[in-house]
Ligand binder design. Structure first.
Ligand code: GUN
Length: 293
């Protein structure tokens, strides 16, 4: 069993990104700049955005964190997005999800200029992705593609089973792996809450990708011998340690790992690669801005 170590790969890829930033800045004077909007005081969201901001500094990007209280109106966020859309010094923008119930995630995402939407959530980016046109790919699926490619996961002709049809993980992952590309060329089965007998499908999977947010859902009896297992689930559960919580995935790692040819750990698998997807999109946005001058 080989560990698909997203933590180690993300550290190596940050060094590569930092070198690309040095070259871009020395030849054009442009410093890639990511703006992140965070609404409310949810601890998990604060941690995720904090990691993204810290990662920007590690690769030589600028970053701006814009925080709003839970009581902010949709209009106030839209105003801020419009400001950022027209600010040439900012190349990438993310709005951390989820948002409070009185704010429409769809309206917020649609306000963002597609070329600055470095999470790849805008309908224009998702449409271009499906049409195999150049665009910002959704950050988590993009990070997973890089992890598969660098980790030597063969995808061509394989049967990939995905659990979960969220717009930010399962659904785009299913489109990306069925595209005529490398990684890609998979036969994809997308399972969701209305799929009967999910185990029947997972047992057929050469590559099993799970994005449910249900700790320990995937047990050893659901996995084929020699499968590649990728766990997108990130759930905080209470723990008796300093932080008061620990992060767990959808896969019962201890019992599933011995059956796998490759598997991602949680934490340290997909999570750090989401940030690489985000940074890669932001760098490409900054390069596009440089080419337009
Ligand atoms: N919430 C959970 N995952 C993500 C992500 O990749 N980007 C944003 N903006 N919010 C999220």
């Amino acid at each position: 069993m080989k560990l698909l170590d997203g933590k180690a790969l993300s550290a190596a890829m940050k060094l590569e990104l930092a070198e690309e930033v040095r070259q871009l800045t020395s030849s054009t004077g442009i410093i890639p700049h990511l703006a992140a909007i965070l609404v409310g005081d949810d601890g998990a969201a604060q941690t995720y955005v904090g990691n993204k901001v810290k990662s920007c500094a590690e690769v030589g990007f600028k970053s701006s964190l814009i925080q709003f209280p839970n009581t902010v109106t949709q209009e106030e966020i839209i105003q801020k997005i419009r400001e950022i859309n027209t600010d040439d010094s900012i190349h990438g923008l993310i709005v951390q999800l989820p948002l409070p119930e009185h704010i429409s995630e769809q309206k917020i995402v649609e306000e963002m200029a597609p070329e600055k939407d470095v999470d790849g959530f805008h309908p224009i980016n998702l449409g271009k992705m499906a049409l195999e046109l150049p665009c910002h790919l959704p950050a988590t699926p993009y990070g997973i593609l890089m992890l598969m490619q660098r980790g030597g996961v063969v995808t061509k002709g394989k049967h990939c089973v995905i659990l979960g049809r969220s717009h930010i993980a399962g659904s785009p992952m299913s489109i990306l792996l069925s595209r005529k590309s490398e990684p890609g060329d998979c036969t994809v089965t997308l399972c969701h809450s209305r799929t009967p007998d999910i185990r029947k499908h997972t047992l057929q999977a050469d590559i099993l990708i799970t994005a449910l947010g249900r700790p320990g859902y995937v047990t050893a009896d659901m996995v084929k011998e020699g499968a590649v297992v990728i766990d997108i689930g990130i759930t905080r559960v209470k723990a008796d340690n300093k932080s008061g919580y620990r992060i767990v995935g959808d896969v019962d790692f201890e019992h599933v790992a011995p059956k796998c040819s490759m598997i991602t750990p949680v934490p340290g698998g997909v999570g750090p690669m989401t940030i690489i997807g985000l940074l890669t999109n932001t760098l490409s946005s900054a390069k596009n801005a440089a080419n337009k001058r």
